[in-house]
Ligand binder design. Structure first.
Ligand code: LLP
Length: 417
């Protein structure tokens, strides 16, 4: 059971020891409701699988960036996978160690690079030679040496949605192995302010089988071996993120299965295993709780219009992603409906033609598996304030992000005279 900390007792839906209905009454809707126990358990699953071997588990901040959640992971001992200066700022704000951060992304700006060099991050995942030049220049300017791991594009098909596959040669990410080799070999002489400490692959997201990971890791291992012969030895073997979760009826590999297959390659090379999981850690840690505004019956369909929209959870509209929808209070009668948001877009649909309990206005629905790329991809579209975020620990629910007010939305806009 993937959302094991969301249970139903006597018809009542709970997040750990907190009644979802009571949390909704206290904090309002739409509301992201997270289980701290789930987040910790998921992190510890990886820790357990890697116990006894040199490793660094980085949480991919982009999946869920609230500083309170980063703080929870920092306390577990996690490092962080970041993709912007803003994410590094969040890690530092949360009390995380910048020296545990690995920094990916094809478009790092000069200012972002300097910020990361200043804070002595663990390494940059470098995606192109011009980027390496910038890092070298920033390190020179700041009187430091910057650590780097080149991101190798292994040309592997991750068998996932085309928008979240990143390790194929036509994708914008990483360097082709030959280009990366050339760069490693000339690094010491051409870029004296950087130090090569690792190599990375990241092939995509929501990958449920181990085979694509293994294929990517094998290519990376062969690459690193050859490089060693040519005189470059590296410490960090970074497999990226991407392990999938259950949204509907998937049967994803476990961290133990993944590690069992990959770790021998890393051990043989005497390197430190690094992973950058996001979705696995937090995807099933949250529900988006929404209230029903209207039940609209037309000649063709029933529409359940809720107070959350695609601005709160973009995944169904953007990827046609499946998110299970549950009524917070069970009802015997069921009906078939489209669950839709209030946004002026036909794509603002959470689920089409689904059978759910016959809810009425003011009833609560829970949109499941919303913890990863949920709040972090939310926006103010249609000038809707972003939702509240609430973290549950045992029988306590704590507001970790206030619902945005109208004033919050215009705060940075200059006023006309
Ligand atoms: N490392 C790198 C370099 C990445 O680009 C990503 C995700 C991760 C790690 C973490 O991947 P995860 O373990 O979460 O799969 N918005 C999409 C997912 C985009 C993933 C982007 N990169 C979605 O909602 O499905």
């Amino acid at each position: 059971m993937e959302q094991e900390f969301f249970t139903r007792v006597d018809g009542e839906l709970y997040c750990e020891g907190v009644k979802v209905k009571e949390a909704a009454e206290t904090f309002g809707t739409p509301m992201y409701l997270y289980s701290a126990a789930h987040l910790r358990k998921r992190y510890r699953d990886f820790e357990e699988a890697l116990k006894g071997s040199p490793h660094r588990i980085c949480f991919a901040v982009k999946a869920c960036s609230n500083v309170n959640i980063l703080d929870l992971f920092a306390k577990e001992g996690a490092g962080f996978d970041i993709v912007s200066g803003g994410e590094l700022y969040r890690v530092i704000k949360a009390g995380g160690d910048p020296r545990s951060c690995v920094y990916a992304g094809v478009g790092k700006s000069k200012a972002e690079i300097e910020y990361a060099v200043e804070n002595e991050i663990l390494y940059f995942g470098v995606e192109s030679e011009p980027e390496l030049e910038r890092i070298n220049a920033a390190a020179k300017k700041l009187g430091k040496k910057a650590r780097v791991a080149l991101r190798i594009n292994p040309d592997v098909d991750a068998h996932t949605h085309e928008y979240i596959t990143t390790g194929k040669s036509e994708n914008k990410f990483g360097l082709a192995p030959e280009a990366a080799r050339t760069l490693y070999l000339k690094m010491a002489s051409a870029y004296p302010y950087v130090e090569a400490v690792g190599a990375q692959v990241h092939i995509g997201s929501q990958i449920t089988e181990t085979a694509p990971f293994l294929e990517g890791a094998k290519k990376l291992a062969a690459f690193i071996k050859e490089l060693k012969v040519q005189g470059v030895s590296l410490k960090y073997f970074d497999i990226g993120g991407g392990l999938g979760i259950v949204y509907q009826n998937e049967d994803p590999a476990t961290p133990a299965a993944l590690v069992n297959e990959l770790l021998p390659l890393v051990k043989e090379l005497g390197m430190t295993f690094v992973c950058e999981m996001g979705r696995y850690m937090c995807g099933n840690a949250a529900m988006l709780v929404a209230s029903v505004e209207y039940v609209k019956r037309t000649a063709k369909k029933n529409f359940v219009v809720v107070d959350a929209g695609m601005n709160d959870l973009l995944r169904p509209a953007l990827y046609e992603a499946y998110h299970e929808i549950k009524a917070v209070e069970e009802k015997e009668e069921k009906f078939v409906c489209d669950v839709v948001g209030p946004i002026c877009e036909s794509a603002d649909i959470f689920r089409k033609d689904c059978e759910i309990p016959a809810v009425e206005a003011d009833d609560l629905l829970a949109i499941c598996s919303a913890g990863a790329y949920g709040f972090s991809m939310s926006s103010n579209y249609n000038s809707r304030g972003r939702a509240a975020e609430v973290l549950v620990e045992g029988d306590k629910a704590r507001l970790i992000r206030k619902r945005e007010s109208f004033e919050d939305q215009v705060r940075n806009e200059t006023t006309c005279e």
